[in-house]
Design a protein around this ligand. Structure first.
Ligand SMILES: Nc1nc2c(ncn2[C@@H]2O[C@H](COP(=O)(O)OP(=O)(O)O)[C@@H](O)[C@H]2O)c(=O)[nH]1
Ligand SMILES: [Mg+2]
Ligand SMILES: [Zn+2]
Length: 324
């Protein structure tokens, strides 16, 4: 049988199967994914094959047991470094279709550097990001101008940009449409309205996005495990406890421009193949900057990240990098 892992406690994997029934599955002791150094071979969001086994007692009357026999290839996964085993990583969730970065222009204001760092991580690890500027009901003239500028800059870079308010309902249909039938992850600094957005769309879903939650399966809950919740309009939302503790992503400086789509698009026209777009002659990026075709705000973020140590955003990692 085939299904999607929607929660795990380390020993048991809850699998939503094709037949619509819940299964609790285990993996055999010798089960390993080739070349992957992780503390958990199977993660929330994984597509798995499993064998139903009537002999397994799951402890829950309506839940059948099984053995996971194979894990499908991952399009991406989010990880955090294992606390004890430094070389190993813990996979929090796999196969995220879209990350929603909730941002604020006021009360609170999300620093632009934070937005760009998050986008870089999304690019590096193949997780599409949608920007959600929330609390539009609080915006005055200044914030509206700021939003227009962001919408233009990020829109031209190829990102989806939404404007929402849980108070007025503005943009909430658009947000639902973007989430529909997808596995969604929410991120953003504290107080921007992540919980309020989810509550607005799914009033019956009692989850605390990115926060330590005690509402998970009783007794077995540990905060290091993510969980997927089905959305009433199709798709899933991934609850990832302890977002702040995610591993940091290390990027090589010569790769960074690839993760700014508007730079990636023209960097092939630079005179030097290894152009850092900082002070080299014949740089197409600097030309575009001078012509206003590349935003100076984005370029400044690029320089900040280039000269910074690492990218302090949730660690999103794709399958290919993981196997290195
Ligand atoms: N005015 C206004 N307040 C909001 C909006 N969305 C959330 N809030 C409020 O902002 C505060 C923080 O929201 P919360 O969802 O807890 O933020 P989180 O930390 O990102 O989960 C709460 O008092 C919410 O009621 C909005 O669209 N407009
Ligand atoms: Mg919250
Ligand atoms: Zn260049």
């Amino acid at each position: 049988m085939e299904g999607t892992v929607i929660s795990s406690t380390g020993n048991w994997y809850e699998v939503a199967a094709e037949d619509g029934r819940p299964y609790l599955c285990k993996v055999k002791g010798n089960f390993r994914l080739k070349g992957v150094k992780t503390t958990n071979p199977v993660a929330v969001g994984d597509r798995v094959s499993f064998d139903y086994d009537a002999q397994i007692s799951t402890g829950a009357p309506d839940t059948r047991g099984g053995w996971i026999t194979a894990v499908g290839e991952r399009s991406n996964c989010i990880i955090r470094k294992s606390v004890n085993l430094s070389k190993q990583t813990h996979i929090l969730a796999a196969n995220i279709d879209r990350a929603f970065l909730v941002a604020g222009l006021t009360q609170p204001r999300t620093p632009q550097g934070f937005i760009d760092r998050f986008l870089v991580t999304g690019e590096a690890y193949h997780v599409p990001v949608c920007l959600v500027f929330n609390k539009s009901d609080l915006w005055g003239e200044e914030e509206r101008l700021q939003f227009s500028e962001y919408r233009r800059i990020y829109g031209e870079a190829g990102y989806e940009v939404l404007q929402t308010s849980t108070a007025s309902g503005e943009g909430m249909d658009d947000l639902r449409e973007k989430m529909k039938n997808r596995t969604c992850l929410f991120a953003g600094n504290s107080g921007v309205g992540k919980s309020a957005l989810i509550r607005y769309l799914e009033p019956n879903l009692d989850i605390r996005i990115g926060e330590i939650s005690s509402t998970h399966r009783k007794g077995k809950h540990t905060t290091t495990y993510a969980r997927m919740y089905p959305l009433s309009f199709g798709g899933y939302i991934v609850d990832t406890p302890g977002v702040k503790e995610f591993g940091m992503v290390q990027l090589k400086t010569d790769e960074l421009a690839r993760y700014f789509p508007e730079m990636r698009a023209i960097s092939g026209q630079c005179r030097f193949g290894n152009c850092t777009h900082e002070h080299e002659p014949g740089c197409a990026v600097k030309e575009a900057l001078a012509e206003g075709k590349i935003s100076s705000l984005r370029y400044n973020s690029y320089l900040n990240i280039l000269h910074g140590e690492e990218v302090p955003v949730p660690g999103l990692i794709d399958n290919k990098n993981e196997k290195k």
